[in-house]
Design a protein around this ligand. Structure first.
Ligand SMILES: *[C@@H]1O[C@H](CO)[C@@H](O)[C@H](O)[C@H]1NC(C)=O
Ligand SMILES: [Zn+2]
Length: 493
């Protein structure tokens, strides 16, 4: 009798894919110290992609990443993406992109986790309280360069897969990894690699997951949009060399005066972009968006004190979030050729180049923005009747990225967050640009979710970057749970 019953019971259990969260969570808790040690080993590698002298460290970091995936039994490749051209004409090998694969069951969904293991520069002299490459635990915060951006999240994904393996539980989805080492300097070579592997590595991927951003508050978040960026140079050139302002001032029409004059016509003091056509192109704020923003946890006073200002452009939460995420803005970054050293040099600079950018949002098109800005600045400049010459160029045209929050990927995210944190997820956007999201979307046509585990105060790119143990460990549980939730999404055909 029992002999007949047993197989049918087993069948039922495997059919509902019982998700043993408690066991997995317990496994994560009891391996916490190992996870911290793994992060310590990774943070100790100065994988600064901007410093050519650190390139051997970066190569070592990619090798360590590959080794970690190999040790987990993955099918791992180190993909050569060629060389980088240096300003002096020399070439330097780019760090290889690490790909890994766990499982290839055609009946399961396949997710591809993207992350990076290169970091921003860091020196203790910059004002770090601890050695930036020596992970230091202070009150449950793990301080170290790259801890939050993006080493701990990458490790957390690996540990999530490892936990299933260690408990002999079948992975609910096939998991692929793409880990690069040039993110902080613009992901050189990655676009080409994605394009080249579109019909191979990426062909069976259903969903792409990026965990390279942070929460907005203490509430866990799902990120569904990023702004793009159009970066411009405006060059005004006059006399054939710099001049003495005492000797020539008053007779020469000065390039700097022209430049400041036209820059001042880009944006009003109240933040209104004055370039015709730009505001008109922006998708209007829907009632639904307004309600979503209204529900988000965001403390204006915290935000003000974090950046050290006592007045912001707007006074209410919805306006602030909307202008941070879904409206364009103009920022003037600097002027090359201007006298900027200490002291009081009485110079008339002969040629000055302003650097400014416009953050892109739906439905702005970089090519259109380029024309709008160029035409407008030339028309403003023409009114000055200056003999100097103006040249406007757009050197970056990165598009924004926006996901559908009603997509099953986001439903899965909300469910997983509820399960692990017992909180509703905040649905947020990033004001900054993560161009790779848009590339993945455009090249592979797959749906993408950003599932951050970094804290709102992790200090990415600044001094004293950290990842809290809480976010690291609970984030690992979130990833474990998320894999199970994504398995429930009906496989597209
Ligand atoms: C890292 O910091 C600890 C103290 O937190 C210290 O004992 C250790 O020597 C440091 N290691 C290195 C390599 O600097
Ligand atoms: Zn990052």
């Amino acid at each position: 009798m029992t002999l007949f019953l047993l197989p049918s019971i087993l069948l039922v259990i495997s059919a509902v894919h019982a998700f043993q969260f408690e066991e997995l969570a317990h496994y994560v808790d009891s391996h916490q110290e190992e996870y911290v040690e793994a992060l310590r080993d990774w943070v100790a590698v100065e994988s600064d992609s901007s410093d050519v002298l650190k390139r051997p460290e970066l190569h070592r970091m990619m090798e360590m990443t590959a080794q970690k995936l190999r040790s987990m039994g993955g099918n791992v490749q180190l993909v050569d993406i060629g060389v980088q051209e240096l300003p002096d004409g020399q070439t330097l090998a780019l760090p290889k992109v690490v790909t890994g694969q766990f499982g290839s069951d055609p009946n399961k969904n396949t997710v591809c986790v993207y992350g990076h293991v290169d970091v921003q520069p860091a020196k203790i002299e910059d004002g770090w309280a601890t050695e930036p490459y020596n992970l230091t635990d202070i009150n449950g915060n793990l301080y170290g360069r790259g801890a939050s951006d993006n080493k701990a999240p990458v490790l957390a994904w690996m540990h999530a897969v490892e936990a299933y393996q260690a408990l002999n539980m079948e992975l609910p989805v096939n998991v692929k990894f793409v880990v690069e080492g040039m993110e902080e300097t613009g992901s050189n070579g990655l676009d080409a690699m994605i394009l080249a592997q579109r019909d191979t590595f990426f062909s069976d991927v259903d969903f792409i997951i990026i965990s390279d951003c942070g929460w907005l508050s203490r509430r866990p978040a799902l990120t569904y949009g990023t702004r793009g960026n159009c970066y411009f140079f405006a060059e005004v050139e006059g006399p054939k060399q710099d001049l003495h302002s005492g000797v020539y001032g008053g007779t020469v029409i000065e390039p700097m005066t022209d430049l400041i004059g036209i820059l001042d016509t880009l944006i009003s003091p109240s933040g209104k972009i004055l370039v015709p056509g730009i505001r008109e192109a922006v998708a209007p704020l829907s009632d639904e968006e307004w309600r979503m923003y209204q529900d988000i946890e965001f403390d204006i006073n915290d935000y003000k004190s974090k950046i050290g200002v006592n007045q912001l452009m707007y006074t209410n939460k919805v306006d602030l979030l909307a202008h941070r995420w879904r409206y364009p803005t103009v920022t003037i970054h600097g002027i090359e050729g201007a006298f900027s050293a200490p002291g009081s040099k009485t110079v008339i600079p002969a040629k000055v180049i302003a650097k400014f950018s416009i953050r892109q949002v739906p439905d702005m098109e970089p090519a259109v923005v380029k024309k709008q800005v160029t035409d407008y600045l030339h028309s403003v400049f023409a009114k000055r009747k200056s003999p100097n010459t103006l040249k406007v160029t757009m050197i970056i045209g990165a598009k924004p990225w926006l996901a559908d929050t009603k997509h099953a990927l986001y439903e899965a995210g909300r469910t997983a967050i509820k399960k692990v944190f017992d909180m509703e997820a905040d649905l947020i956007r990033e004001g900054g640009t993560i161009p790779i999201a848009r590339t993945f979307q455009d090249v592979t046509g797959k749906s993408i979710i950003m599932l951050p585990i970094g804290g709102f105060d992790d200090g990415l790119h600044s001094q004293n970057e950290k990842m809290s143990r809480y976010n690291y460990i609970e984030g690992t549980k979130l990833f474990i749970t998320y894999l199970n939730e994504v398995a429930q999404i009906k496989k597209s055909v």
